[in-house]
Write a new protein. Structure first.
Length: 269
């Protein structure tokens, strides 16, 4: 814990004091290199939190891509952000969180108001705008976090909205890429079911309890596995594509949790 405090004081805080104003200017003026500082920020976050990240597969680049991922903890964002350049989709409440909302905006996070259907079209247009520029947008498709022992059903609404918005923008297809996040080891040993509560964001605990357990926990090994993208074209069944992406993530998560060889990261593999 002492080493983490020293790292935070002498490395993390100076990095933020220098990096935040620079990133603010980059995002506001639309300058190149918008993803460089966030990637470094997340890598520092991994060191601070004691996370070792293993990357499997390749993030899609250069075409409209919607990443559909499972969700275990807020540290998923740090792990994913340390190995890939993505735009996150987050619930609108985060925008008002002290400091967190501001930092999220510096990474061009797209905020979704789940309680207002009138905002859905606006959100889908913003997602489409990001993807049309060749960016990857990440959606935690379960709609909530879970312990990481299994995958909850993926929601197809935003995938369909993104498909429709891209069609309106004149794009012929969107790439849907499954992404699996798995916390496989704690202090060098395989994570058991009871220990997952120390890693996952548990709603039954207070925010301070969750943060304390994450900051005082041991070294965690995290695997971020990118699958093979599926094309989502005009007229395709978004629900079928969503179920297929969900099945891909579930197969990989089960294999990683059990320490088994991974299934081939191909559609239907």
């Amino acid at each position: 814990m002492i080493l983490r405090v020293l790292f935070f004081i002498f490395v993390y805080i100076p990095f933020m004091l220098i990096g935040i104003p620079i990133q603010f200017v980059i995002t506001r003026l639309g300058l190149p290199g918008v993803n460089l500082l966030p990637r470094l920020f997340h890598r520092c976050g991994c060191l601070f939190l004691g996370m070792k990240v293993t990357l499997i597969g390749t993030p899609a680049h250069g075409r409209p891509t919607l990443l559909t991922a499972n969700h275990i903890s807020w540290t998923d964002i740090i792990a994913i952000g340390s190995v890939s350049d993505v735009t996150f989709v987050a619930k609108s409440e985060i925008r008002s969180w002290f400091f967190v909302g501001f930092m999220a905006s510096l990474q061009r996070t797209i905020f979704v108001d789940r309680n207002r259907r009138t905002e859905a079209h606006k959100t889908s247009r913003e997602i489409a705008r990001h993807m049309a520029a060749g960016n990857a947008v990440l959606l935690f498709a379960e709609g909530q976090s879970d312990l990481g022992t299994h995958v909850l059903p993926f929601r197809s609404a935003l995938i369909g909205a993104a498909q429709h918005a891209m069609e309106e923008a004149g794009a012929k297809e969107v790439a849907i890429q499954p992404l699996t996040v798995a916390y496989t080891k704690l202090q060098g040993l395989p994570v058991n079911r009871s220990e997952r509560a120390l890693i996952a964001w548990i709603k039954g605990k207070t925010v301070m309890q969750n943060i304390k357990e994450m900051l005082t926990g041991g070294t965690r090994e995290v695997t971020v596995a990118f699958g093979i993208p599926r094309p989502l074209e005009e007229g395709d069944d978004r629900k079928e594509i969503t179920r297929a992406a969900e099945a891909d993530v579930r197969r990989v998560l089960v294999a990683l949790n059990r320490g088994q060889p991974l299934p081939e990261l191909t559609p239907g593999g």
